[in-house]
Design a protein around this ligand. Structure first.
Ligand SMILES: Nc1ncnc2c1ncn2[C@@H]1O[C@H](COP(=O)(O)OP(=O)(O)OP(=O)(O)O)[C@@H](O)[C@H]1O
Ligand SMILES: Nc1ncnc2c1ncn2[C@@H]1O[C@H](COP(=O)(O)OP(=O)(O)OP(=O)(O)O)[C@@H](O)[C@H]1O
Ligand SMILES: [Mg+2]
Ligand SMILES: [Mg+2]
Lengths: 249, 249
């Protein structure tokens, strides 16, 4: 039975896509069968895996136009690509009863033969992110060690609480991961302390440093483990993956 | 007659809010009367100026519930704060004829006694961003020197072209500004070259370096010119402001 994990934070640019792609790739390298779902109309996860003009995309699956299918990107790693059409999804489905369950319904056929489904979300808490949370067992929040990256956290938690109450009682926080973290910067340490004081051991001990290879990798169309396997980015994302696995979700 | 400038990029975390707040503050220091409009439900510009629980907000103005008013933040600098309710605006106004003109209409009373109106937009190209573009004379795009930050540019330009064709024929690109730019990094130089090849002299020569003071300032509730006036961030944002003024918009 697949474990489904959403990577969410309405704050932009905190590393949702980088974490989604890196986590998916790391799990696949460890032999798990992984499906990465790109639920952001920006298509950054799709771009990061070098997929262009895919035949199948998550929009046509959600709308029930086609049966669920996905693209094999590398051994054990599959992608359900995004589409620009996703931008219109919220308005189109405004009157659809149970519109929050559409992704959960769509992914069901994959759950028998996939080990992990990772969902990359867009920088908002709209219907697509609600769909991701409704379909998920867990969620992971990447944060930048900056004030603006945590000021919206209470809104995020309020939305998650509503989803848990009405749509998905089993939804749990897997953890919060600090990205572009440098423990020598006071602001970074202070922000980590604020998170620790609110979320305790939900803050992953693994932190992701700033590493230019992570910003370069998307233009190569490869995850960090294929683009620069010896880089700091690859090493630390592998540690994060192992910490996630040790939670025995 | 006020000049209205939108700060837009659907890519998250590229420095829209930091640029909106810094530009507004710099212009006000130069003696111009500036209104900053926070059009993002995340309320990051409002937070960055230390405004809490404002009486007035842009949502109630757009909905026609209250007359336009704003908060004086410092000499010559005014803010029309955001509200969480903005997140529902697109759905609520779906059937409102001419919904793209609502902001333009709302800001009209300010244009006679304000020199510059700066609009901070959210990381998407939805109805609120369309409202900003429809109300604006110019737009400015902050970009990070990363591949993912420019891969969505063609979508942005397509949307701007539609706004210019149907809603606001006078809309012009004021310029593109590189943020967190470090000319010693190959990726950064390469990305700047890509932008220059597509946009020529629309790329501002001023670039904004990575500067921790810019990430710290929001927690102080002050713009960079009040929080750390001697910092690299303050110096470079002032240069950008002067370059913008020299365009004689
Ligand atoms: N640890 C890191 N070191 C250096 N660059 C990074 C790191 N993590 C992410 N980046 C870069 O920072 C930018 C933002 O990251 P990313 O796109 O993953 O964030 P996001 O939260 O998915 O953004 P959005 O809100 O637009 O979806 C990207 O250009 C990415 O390549
Ligand atoms: N030049 C800089 N140096 C260091 N930190 C910066 C710089 N510019 C912005 N930041 C920080 O980077 C983060 C992203 O910037 P900002 O919030 O302004 O981007 P944005 O495009 O408005 O994000 P969103 O898409 O969420 O609206 C913030 O925490 C900000 O404080
Ligand atoms: Mg992303
Ligand atoms: Mg912002």
């Amino acid at each position: 039975m697949a474990k489904i994990i959403s990577i969410i934070n309405q704050k932009g640019g905190v590393g949702k896509t980088t974490t989604s792609v890196s986590l998916s790739s790391a799990l696949s390298k460890k032999g798990y069968k992984v499906l990465l779902v790109d639920l952001d109309a920006q298509q950054n996860a799709t771009t990061s895996l070098g997929v262009i003009e895919p035949g199948i995309n998550v929009y046509s699956v959600l709308k029930g136009q086609v049966k669920l299918d996905f693209i094999e990107v590398s051994e054990n790693l599959y992608l359900l690509p995004s589409s620009l059409d996703l931008a219109a999804f919220e308005l189109e489905m405004a009157l659809e009863p149970g519109k929050e369950y559409l992704l959960k319904e769509s992914l069901l056929p994959a759950t028998s033969h996939i080990d992990y489904i990772i969902i990359d979300c867009s920088p908002n808490l709209g219907l697509l992110t609600i769909n991701a949370l409704t379909a998920s067992d867990y969620y992971v929040c990447p944060v930048l060690p900056h004030h603006l990256s945590i000021s919206g956290f209470s809104t995020l938690i309020q939305v998650v609480d509503k989803v848990r109450k009405r749509l998905n009682p089993g939804l749990e926080l897997a953890g919060i991961v600090m990205t572009q973290f440098n423990r020598h910067k006071v602001l970074h340490r202070d922000t980590a302390e604020v998170i620790k004081s609110h979320f305790g051991n939900k803050l992953f001990t693994s932190t992701i440093p700033e590493n230019i290879a992570l910003a370069e990798a998307p233009s190569s169309g490869k995850p960090i483990f294929d683009y620069a396997p010896q880089s700091n980015g690859a090493i630390e994302y592998m540690k994060l993956t192992e910490e996630l696995l040790n939670l025995n979700l």
